[in-house]
Structure formats: C-alpha cells, structure tokens
Design a binder for this molecule. Sequence first.
Ligand code: SAM
Length: 358
Amino acid sequence: MPRPPSDRFQPAGKRKSRPKTDHRARQPAHEYELEVLPGLEHVAATELAAVPLARDIRGLRFWFPGDPERLTRLRSALAAYRIRTWDVPRPRGLLGHQQLGELTEFLQGVLAVGGQTSFRLGAAGKESVVMQRLAEELENALELPYRPEDGQLLIRLRPETDGPGWEVLARTTPKPLSARPWRVCNMNGGLNATLAYATHKLAGQRDVDRIFNPMCGSGTLLIERDLLGPSDALVGVDLDPAAVACARTNIEAAGRQIEVAQIDALHTGLAARSFDLIVADLPWGDAIGTHGGNAALYPAFLGEMHRLLSRQGRLAVITHEIRLFEGLLTGSTQWNARELLQVASGGHHPKVYLLNRR
Ligand SMILES: C[S@@+](CC[C@H](N)C(=O)[O-])C[C@H]1O[C@@H](n2cnc3c(N)ncnc32)[C@H](O)[C@@H]1O
C-alpha cells in the first residue's frame, strides 16, 4: 500500500475552483524532492523556503498542495520529483496487482501535469528481469513508449530513506529544470544554469549594481542575472566571435536585452571603477583554455578587474583552476577573498569565490 499523505494536507471539503496557474491554489498535497548539484543544497533550501504552501520541509523533501507548475520555476534545482512510498520489501512487490494499479495512478498524476510522451527507469539494476517486467507493465498501463535511454518521464526507484519500503520518484518535467528553455545555443564549457543562479544569489542581488560579465561564453551568467530582476547595467564580453553570437542567440530566446560585445576582457578600454559587481566563469583549463595559458591569464584578469571594480565592489569568480587561483590570492595585497561554495558538476568540482578590494 502506498502511504497516505498526512491528513492536514488533504483537500478540506469542496473548494471553489481556481485558475490552474494560481500556484497558491490548494490541491491534493503530494510529496516532492528536489535534485540539485552536490554543493548547492543550501541555495536550493533557501529558494524552497520561499515557495508558498511548501510544508514539512526536510532538507530538499517537502509536501506541496499548490499547483505543481510553481515547482518548475525553481532555479537552483536540477529537477523536481514527486515521491510515493510503498510498503514492499523489494521492487518485485510493485508488480502485485494492487501495487501496479496504485503505481499507474501515481504516474498518471505526474503525466497529467508534465505531459511526458515516453518513460524510462532510473534505478540500480534497471536491466534486471524485475525491472524489465515493470517496464513492460507500465508501457501497457500508461500507454506510453518505454525509451530506456531518453524517456521523458524519468522514474527512479530506491529503498525508503528511513523505513523498510521502496520509494518511487517521478520527475515532474520532461527535461531537467537546469535545461533552460532559453538555451538554444549550446557551447562547449557552458555553465550549468543552476550554478549561475546560485552564484548570483550568493554574490548579492542589488538593483543598483552595474554588472560586468567578462568571458561570458554562451551568456549563462548574464541571462540568469537578468531573469532575477533589474540592475543598473549588465554587460558581457568574450574574445570568441562564436561565443558572442551564441550568447546573443540565447539572450534573444530568453526575450531579454543584454549588451554583449566581442572584446578582450583584459583590454576593454572602459574607465576605472565602472562596475559594482563583476561575475566571471574563467576558462577552467580543459574544455576551454589551457593550464599554461591560464597561468598568464588569471593574474592579468585579477589586475584588470581590480581596476574596473568600484571601491565597495564585489568580484565573483567561478573556476576549476583552484590551485592556481588560490595561489594568486594568498598574500594578495589587492584582494580579500572567501570561498562561497564548491559543487560537483559534469565530472568537475569548481569553486565559487567572492572577492572584495582591500
Ligand atoms: C568557461 S568559458 C565561459 C562559459 C560561460 N559561462 C557559458 O556559460 O557559456 C570561458 C570563456 O572565456 C573566453 N575568454 C578567454 N579569454 C578571454 C579574454 N581575454 N577576453 C574575453 N573572453 C575570453 C572564452 O572565449 C570562453 O568563452
């Protein structure tokens, strides 16, 4: 049997119907869990705490009786999953007649919101006979094709966190939330958008900031900042004309107006103290740039940003060249620096630093 949601989240009596887009409308509560890049848990928890009606928040797990569409607007999460727990000792138990009926109903609830057109299983041992049986049963019951590699409805199975049963997690959206709709141009070395969001939140968001994004690549940091709210100025540059074209394409797809130019970030010709916030995702020395090149680029970058930053300004830097970067900061007479976070992203473990002029 699946566990029922606790009583206080059940719809109380008959309610007036509300427009579907009103995320504050109470609906039957469901339990959810957010998936995030390891290292961004605290950023996601802060964002989640601001979601109206999210209740019983335990880490990134919570109950929510509002419109699930609201959860698709979370910017720090890779994905949101609806969860249900079954009192079965192993996945085979989900193949029972009653359990399969309940599981189908649970997944239909997710499909009704997410509109996925295929499904896949994400579980240890998904090639096993039991999982294959489950896939076949669900293919029939849901009338949805099973696409083991790229199915849109991602169904994960795992042992219950604090009990003897099994949990089924169903991703609420056909694509991860981190695959932003504005990203129509992909660039090698493009930043995970959830990390871009987190960097801006931790670096501080002020309407009066004049913001510079040197080495903007495909425009991730620019677009994520503009979507957060107004700023006094927002400008990006990149040396590579293909990157500038890519950023412009993405900016247009996002419906934003942000200035991007093909200029060397180290020789912009801009006046001293032009910016209050500089946010940079520097070449990491693998996909983009080389370690040798970075040894020269990084100190030159720090020197020029010191010139461009206002007296009270902030410089946020994302990099995977940790030893090189920290070596430059140790004993620096120009900068005070602190580490904001470190994440695991695409096989890398970049850090984000916040620097202030001494
Ligand atoms: C790690 S990538 C940035 C990726 C970007 N955050 C995104 O999401 O697409 C670094 C970028 O720095 C650019 N770059 C390297 N040296 C530069 C310089 N001196 N001036 C401007 N851009 C530079 C590269 O062309 C590359 O696009």
